[in-house]
Write a protein that binds this ligand. Structure first.
Ligand SMILES: Cc1cc2nc3c(=O)[nH]c(=O)nc-3n(C[C@H](O)[C@H](O)[C@H](O)COP(=O)(O)OP(=O)(O)OC[C@H]3O[C@@H](n4cnc5c(N)ncnc54)[C@H](O)[C@@H]3O)c2cc1C
Length: 349
């Protein structure tokens, strides 16, 4: 007979990448894991109202892929089976323009994976859903925490039927993202709010999808053109599972990024490489360009978190999106949560 898990119920606030990975991390240590998201959750790879960033390019770093694979074995193969590109060694499968120069092809010893963000989230959600002790509830808004300054004991929620109820938990994982309400929720139970640092970056994005040809970029699966002090603009192109390139152009300090086709191409020509302009020239855009503004990076420190409460993902740290780190940071945090639970048997204390 397997031993009784250390935790009875774990509630995860937020069913996006960080919340789902947190659920995978705690599952071996809990009798029941309840993932709550305010959005109705799609059956397949699709966008959602609360994650508007998901339609822009999302690169998954090698550490993120490896960490997700550790928590959810089979992740890479499932994404590749859906058409994602398991692009081999990251030093050879893409083109890196860093610091104004093209990095020479070389083996880095790390493996990449290219797909859309909705696809990554979909596969993670399906693999987590396969765990018999995990319940994922969409359309469920968390209204606040239960407990006091010493210990969080659960959450108050409004379900899809509009009814309010309480859920008791030994551990509440707050994965409610950058817009998370910990600063309001914690003081309401007498606990100290997080202290927030902000660094203004004024990043602006414009993203389009165009049909990819196999010989584009000599068959590479991605291109990164990083900003430099001399050219504080950049772009990225990633092959997607549906046979398109997602192309994102970005600027800093709120320099406008055009969204009309001619303006996009002209902007792409102003980067450190003409490669992205080449991918746009003569191609039909699959949709009018999508714009996004990311005003600042945020870091929240929790000076005296109550027992039974831990925050993860963008709820703790939301970094400059052009670095493509958010999902990987969330995955590394989820692995750290698993490691802590393995060590102590319970992070709830
Ligand atoms: C423009 C842009 C581009 C990016 N590009 C990349 C990239 O290339 N690579 C990368 O790794 N990362 C990238 N990121 C970051 C990445 O999107 C996030 O780091 C990643 O989604 C993990 O976030 P999260 O799960 O913590 O929060 P989110 O994805 O924001 O999800 C929070 C979830 O919590 C739910 N929620 C919130 N409040 C409540 C509540 N009260 N009750 C119930 N549910 C609630 C929301 O519905 C949502 O599903 C980018 C971000 C932006 C803005």
């Amino acid at each position: 007979m397997s031993p009784r898990p250390a935790l009875d119920t774990v509630v995860v606030i937020g069913g996006s990448v960080a919340g789902l990975l947190a659920a995978a991390a705690v599952a071996p240590h809990a009798a029941r894991v309840v993932v709550l998201d305010r959005d109705p959750l799609p059956a397949g790879p699709a966008g959602r109202p609360s994650t508007p960033q998901a339609r822009h390019s999302h690169g998954l770093l090698a550490s993120g892929r490896a960490s997700i694979e550790r928590l959810l074995p089979g992740f890479t193969d499932r994404v590749v089976a859906d058409g994602g590109i398991g692009s081999g060694d990251l030093g050879r499968s893409g083109r890196w323009w860093i610091g104004g120069g093209l990095i020479v092809d070389c083996d880095l010893g790390v493996r990449g994976l290219s797909a859309s963000r909705p696809e990554f989230e979909h596969v993670v959600r399906e693999l987590v859903r396969d765990r018999p002790t995990v319940e994922i509830s969409g359309g469920t808004d968390v209204l606040g925490l239960r407990g006091d300054a010493a210990r969080v004991t659960g959450v108050h929620v409004r379900g899809p039927d509009g009814r309010d109820r309480a859920i008791t938990a030994d551990l509440v994982v707050d994965a409610s993202g950058r817009a998370g309400r910990a600063a309001r929720w914690l003081p309401r139970i007498g606990a100290r709010p997080p202290v927030e640092d902000r660094i203004a970056v004024g990043v602006r994005y414009a993203t389009v999808h165009v049909v990819a040809r196999t010989d584009d970029l000599a068959g590479r699966s991605f291109l990164v053109a990083a900003a430099t002090p001399a050219v504080p603009r950049g772009g990225v192109a990633l092959r997607q599972e549906d046979g398109s390139w997602t192309i994102t152009l970005f600027s800093y300090l709120d320099e406008p990024v055009p969204v009309d086709p001619d303006g996009l191409e002209a902007f792409a020509r102003s980067l450190v490489t003409p490669d992205l302009a080449t991918l746009l020239t003569g191609r039909t855009l699959r949709h009018p360009a999508w714009a996004y503004r990311f005003p600042d990076c945020r870091r929240r420190r929790f000076p005296a978190p109550p027992a039974g409460y831990v925050a993860i993902g963008d709820a703790v740290c939301s970094v400059d999106p052009t670095f493509g780190q958010g999902m990987s940071v969330a995955a590394l945090q989820a692995v750290a949560l698993r490691t802590e639970l393995d060590r102590t048997g319970s992070a709830a204390g």
